[in-house]
Design a binder for this molecule. Structure first.
Ligand code: BG6
Length: 479
């Protein structure tokens, strides 16, 4: 349990401006994150939170919306005194995203608090990508010379490599890359950040995380929920773009990259990119892709009644590097599955003369719902020399006590403190899109491949062929 002595805190005053402040992302993730930071006493005395959106709200109504989102998130655990204090720092500006007068109002509000124009400004674009450019251009106009400013953009970062390139080009007209924080909330998860800590702390483990020792890598991300309110967005993109393009490829990069000596954002991004840019979709093998749609998907709304959008996908990848040569990587993700389960399973090679029916050694990183690392070794059954059982050692990857912060809160604090280790570079995002573009082109060429699976399926048997092609199976947890 952390005693609070090492708690990271934000010392300097800041203005946090949320564009799209009346939307879902703000209410579900951003407002509760600000509350968590305040509740853990990590915020400075002076700060202002400014919501900006098209909907009309009086300041008091917006403060109420903020408070209600926090109460909805933390339920009876909400500390009303803390909430009341934060809400006194909250204000709202309603305006069209292209209306320069609204931005002048924004500037006036900022200056009212930041008399000496020394606070850093943190801008969150919780808006559709179609208006990123307009907002960035208008913010650039009201920006003071030499003002410290940071801009956060969360996925979707485009829908393919062309649109992502365009997006980065547009934003770069107004901000330099150092000021832009590309956020993938998976990198804010404690268990995912732990991958790096484990690799830095354990030489033995690190030596094992190489293609010469690994038989295959399996990444699974199942959710029990369906698409819900995000149907409009989801139906346009599908699960390959929604889950694999950033979240799961980032996890893969953290596991397989070479860890840099210097722990800096640039060195992490460089090494991750080295893997991501070497990824190769196994399109030359038989069936490198399996796609499915849950049975009730087309009944969710009239607009999707003929949809062929995939809600499940499994694919086989390789890393085109000499030390990862021929090590297959299987990634699968699906909505409306039986249980939420996010995990990385690394199966190690066996000795060449080892009996075929013995299971391999495994390293398992359970990310959700239980954050845990497991190492599976084989141990002989006492008294015999021929029978073995799997010995599992495990430990928690969860955080405890004061250290715990929700993903967005942790990442928001990183932005304010200028820590970019857990943010993406343009290059990485583009490398992922290059791969995903290939996968999507392959998928589009085989429209009949879409299978329908029952809501609440535990597994999708059609996806078994991917590992089976190489003589492996998806790892099934005991029990
Ligand atoms: C989002 C996707 O980025 O991640 C959603 O758009 C998905 O479709 C979500 O449900 C999953 O996040 P988590 O943290 O619940 O695993």
């Amino acid at each position: 349990m952390n005693t609070g002595m090492n708690l990271r805190k934000i010392e300097k005053p800041f203005a946090f401006i949320i564009f799209g402040a009346s939307g879902d992302l703000a209410q579900l993730k951003i407002f509760p994150s600000i509350y968590s930071l305040a509740e853990q006493k990590r915020l400075p005395k002076e700060y202002i939170i400014i919501g900006f959106a098209r909907s009309h709200f009086e300041e008091s109504a917006f403060r109420e919306l903020f408070a209600q989102s926090v109460r909805k998130h933390f339920k009876e655990g909400t500390n009303e005194a803390v909430l009341e204090e934060i809400v006194s720092h909250v204000t709202y500006i309603s305006g069209q995203y292209g209306d320069s007068v609204a931005y002048e109002r924004l500037k006036t509000v900022i200056i009212k608090h930041d008399h000496h124009k020394q606070w850093q400004k943190v801008i969150y674009l919780a808006i559709p990508p179609t208006v990123f450019d307009t907002v960035a251009a208008n913010v650039a106009v009201i920006r003071e010379k030499n003002e410290e400013i940071k801009i956060i953009i969360e996925k979707p970062l485009g829908v393919d490599s062309t649109s992502a390139r365009h997006l980065f080009h547009q934003i770069s007209l107004h901000f330099n890359e150092a000021e832009i924080y590309l956020l993938d909330h998976y990198l804010g998860k404690e268990a995912i950040q732990s991958i790096l800590s484990l690799r830095y702390a354990n030489r033995m483990l690190n030596h094992m995380l190489t293609g010469s020792e690994i038989a295959n890598i399996q990444i699974t991300a199942f959710e029990n929920i369906g698409v819900g309110k995000r149907l409009g967005y989801f139906d346009e993109v599908g699960i390959i773009r929604d889950m694999i393009q950033s979240h799961l490829l980032q996890v893969l990069a953290l596991v397989t990259m070479s860890i840099p000596v210097k722990e800096s954002a640039l060195s992490f991004q460089r090494e991750k990119n080295n893997v991501l840019a070497s990824l190769h979709f196994a399109d030359k093998i038989r069936n490198p892709l399996c796609i499915g749609q849950y049975a009730s998907y087309r009944q969710e709304a009239e607009q999707v009644k003929n949809s062929t959008t995939e809600t499940f996908a499994a694919m086989t990848l390789f890393i085109d590097q000499v030390h990862w040569y021929n090590v297959p990587i299987f990634i699968r993700t699906g909505k409306k599955m039986a249980k939420k389960r996010t995990e990385v399973v690394i199966e190690f090679k066996k000795l060449p003369f080892q009996k075929a029916d013995l299971p391999p050694n495994r390293l398992i990183l359970n990310i959700q719902p239980h954050e845990q690392i497991e190492i599976q070794l084989l141990n002989k059954v006492g008294g015999t020399h021929t029978a073995y059982r799997t010995l599992t050692t495990s430990d928690s990857l969860a955080c405890f006590g004061d250290d715990c912060l929700p993903e967005h809160a942790r990442l928001l604090m990183d932005v304010i403190q200028g820590r970019k280790m857990f943010f993406l570079s343009f290059q990485e995002v583009l490398a992922c899109w290059d791969l995903i573009d290939e996968v999507i082109a392959y998928k589009n060429a085989k429209p009949s491949a879409l299978i329908t699976y029952p809501d609440g399926a535990a597994e999708i048997s059609e996806a078994n062929e991917l590992p089976e092609t190489f003589g492996f199976n998806w790892y099934a947890h005991a029990g």
